[in-house]
Design a protein around this ligand. Structure first.
Ligand SMILES: Nc1ncnc2c1ncn2[C@@H]1O[C@H](COP(=O)(O)OP(=O)(O)OP(=O)(O)O)[C@@H](O)[C@H]1O
Ligand SMILES: [Mg+2]
Length: 648
């Protein structure tokens, strides 16, 4: 069966305890290696040697093995899968124990005696500034990086899954790909084919216990929540674009229900509809989940605690993001007040000591005050975390209205229209929020307005002098991983001096050392910041921002909002960030059913509209069209990237 040997696109690390200690672990590691050589889709597995204190996992050996072998390993070391009613109660046990973690890398200290424990069953949002080291923490937990000090402990045999890359474009169907993520079920089914009759009873009993019969229905439900139609389930993975395969990887991780689920900014590749579904799903996730996110809605609706990474320390706050912000504000105010009080006391004691130290009659009192002074624990000053602002230069001279006028315009790929009969007008200071599910044609529209995709029919009228700045996620993907920000700006500003290029990058929020870090090593937020600023650098008359906030931390989102409000050109904004649309857009357009039309209502009306459509099972018909033409789109994208690169 094709699905059986396919590796899921997420890393499943089997944290298994080798009963025979290190020697047998080493033997098994060799065995794993041999399996890799045999071929098959590769998966990474991390074997853990149980040396050190109970429950502490000090040593990891990572190997790449075939999915088939992983199934066998999974069965051999299978921990009892707890059913929902056997779950340890929240707070009585820890799933993740981080003790005095120290990690230094790339010239700085990321973790400085960070300590935290996450109880079993907790849903925790991991937050912190771009580049602070959140994704690095995931790598440390997964054993891809080694701490310089301290320990990261997990219960013996805990299953961890993380979604860190799209699922490969295999010929396996979508449903089989997701089903294969439940390694135990897969292995039980495989064993059934050859098992001795006396073993059959046990196998069936376990299959019933894990509700294996319902597995396809569960997988289908998850896939549908993430935006796939029933017909999609039987299609091969290879038919879907990278973004959609990322969703499959997420579906596989959710389906496998690991004991610890690690998600790194999952809403970045979802539309509003998918994000709403995921919020609800995570809330009732039966095990522990740690989710890196800059999405305020998700952090308010899905998690019961916020883990804040700042200055090398991890602080856990119960509640959602709004609670966290409030509590942090209170904490900072309290800290400032305590510090002010202490400074006053210190000054008072010091002046007493200075005045009476030399006076014999007061010498004893002065001595005791000196002791009190020495005992005062210094309270650190509250350092405001400042985020670099965005620079969005306004166009020097406005053009005559209208900026753009579309008449009976159709646009699409390969002779097929994605959007038809568009009649729209854009004025010089319009702020349009463009809504619509993934695949409805929003990005196609953006591409056409940016002049990167020709009309199939109709007219687009605009002033020949119009300058358009177009930011979209594929630009980030298209960056050469070996380039540095300095290389990129050298090409974009060939006539500038090196020092003015460097100061421009510093203005973008990229410090001196980041300017020479390769793109591959920049964090997601740093890359997004670089590109957004580059696009805006030309002072465009029209700024098209297609999902600009993906990867940006919450304060950077606020900075972008401020910059947008000061920018004087026209804006077309595509984002699943509801609050950003609310605050920027003064008109909404909706892409649906092959058209773009003004949407009369606000974002709450739109959220209701989306959920009602989802409930009624209506998916954008163009969504399928979009995906069926994905290869064409991609090559169009590549062509367009090349021409953009040539123009830069
Ligand atoms: N191999 C490397 N070489 C140099 N710098 C690196 C390397 N890997 C990571 N960094 C730097 O370490 C910092 C932390 O990266 P990390 O990806 O953990 O950030 P993050 O908190 O996940 O940020 P974001 O919110 O933007 O995703 C970043 O400044 C990044 O540029
Ligand atoms: Mg990150």
């Amino acid at each position: 069966m094709p699905g059986r040997d396919a590796a899921p696109g997420f890393l499943l690390r089997r944290l298994a305890c080798a009963r025979g200690g290190l020697a047998s672990l080493a033997k098994r590691t060799q065995l794993l290696k041999r399996n890799t050589e045999r071929g098959g889709d590769a998966l990474q597995v991390t074997a853990i040697a149980p040396v050190g204190g109970a429950g502490v996992i000090p040593k990891r050996i990572a190997e790449t093995v075939s999915a088939r072998h992983l199934c066998c390993t999974a069965v051999r070391n299978r921990p009892p899968r707890p059913s929902a009613h056997h779950l340890p109660t929240f707070g009585t046990l820890d799933m993740l124990q981080i003790d005095n973690l120290v990690f230094n890398g790339w010239g700085r200290r990321f973790f400085d005696s960070a300590t935290v424990s996450l109880p079993v069953g907790a849903k925790v949002g991991l937050v912190g500034r771009n580049g602070v080291g959140k994704s690095t923490l995931f790598k440390l937990i997964l054993g891809q990086l080694t701490p310089d000090g301290g320990e990261i402990g997990l219960p013996k045999a805990a299953r961890i899954a993380s979604v860190d890359q799209e699922h490969p474009a295999t010929p396996v169907t979508l449903l089989d790909t997701v089903l294969a993520a439940d390694l135990e079920r897969e292995a039980l089914n495989a064993e059934l084919e050859t098992a001795a009759p006396e073993r059959m009873g046990d196998l069936y009993a376990r299959l019933i216990e894990i509700d294996a019969d319902r597995a396809p229905a569960r997988a289908a439900e998850i896939l549908s929540g993430l935006g796939f139609s029933t017909a999609d389930l039987a299609r091969p993975m290879a038919e879907f674009s990278g973004g959609w395969r990322m969703r499959v990887a997420l579906a596989a991780a959710l389906f496998a229900e690991p004991d610890l689920l690690l998600l790194d900014e999952p809403t970045n590749y979802l539309d509003l509809e998918g994000a709403l579904w995921l919020e609800a799903r995570l809330k009732k996730y039966p095990h522990t989940a740690l989710i890196i996110s800059h999405d305020r809605e998700l952090l308010n609706n899905s998690v019961d605690a916020i883990l804040h990474l700042r200055e090398g320390k991890l602080d856990l706050y119960t509640g959602g993001y709004d609670d966290f912000e409030k509590r942090r504000g209170e904490k900072a105010r309290l800290q400032s007040a305590t510090r002010a009080k202490q400074e006053a006391e210190r000054a008072h004691l010091q002046s007493f000591v200075d005045r009476f130290r030399a006076k014999a009659s007061k010498a004893a009192q002065a001595q005791s005050r000196m002791k009190r002074l020495a005992k005062l624990e210094p309270v650190a000053a509250v350092i405001e975390e400042r985020v670099a602002p965005f620079t969005l230069p306004s166009p020097p001279r406005p053009l005559a209205p209208p900026l753009l006028q579309l008449e009976g315009a159709s646009v699409g790929y390969d002779g097929k229209a994605v959007l038809r009969d568009l009649n729209l007008r854009l004025d010089v200071d319009d702020r349009i929020g463009l809504l619509g599910v993934n695949g409805a044609g929003k990005s196609t529209f953006a591409k056409m307005v940016a002049g990167a995709l020709a009309l199939q029919s109709g007219h687009l009228k605009s002033d020949g002098r119009i300058r358009v700045g177009w930011f979209h996620q594929h630009q980030i993907e298209a960056l050469d991983p070996a380039d540095t920000p300095l290389d990129i700006i050298r090409r974009a500003r060939p006539d500038d001096s090196e020092s003015s290029r460097r100061s421009r990058l510093a203005q973008f929020g990229l410090s001196f050392d980041k300017q020479e870090t390769t793109v591959a090593d920049l964090s997601g937020g740093e890359r997004a910041r670089l590109l957004l600023n580059l696009v805006a650098m030309v002072a465009p008359h029209l700024l098209i921002l297609d999902e600009p906030t993906n990867h940006l931390d919450i304060d950077s989102r606020r900075a972008l909002l401020e910059a947008l409000n000061n920018y004087e050109g026209a804006v077309i904004l595509i984002t699943h960030d509801r609050s950003l649309i609310d605050l920027v857009a003064d008109r909404l357009w909706l892409a649906a059913d092959g058209h773009i039309k003004p949407f009369l209502g606000d974002m709450d009306d739109y959220a209701r509209f989306v959920l009602e459509r989802a409930r009624a099972g209506v998916r954008a018909p163009s969504q399928h069209l979009d995906r069926s033409v994905a290869p064409v789109q991609q090559s169009a994208r590549r062509r367009q990237k090349r021409s953009a690169g040539a123009g830069a």
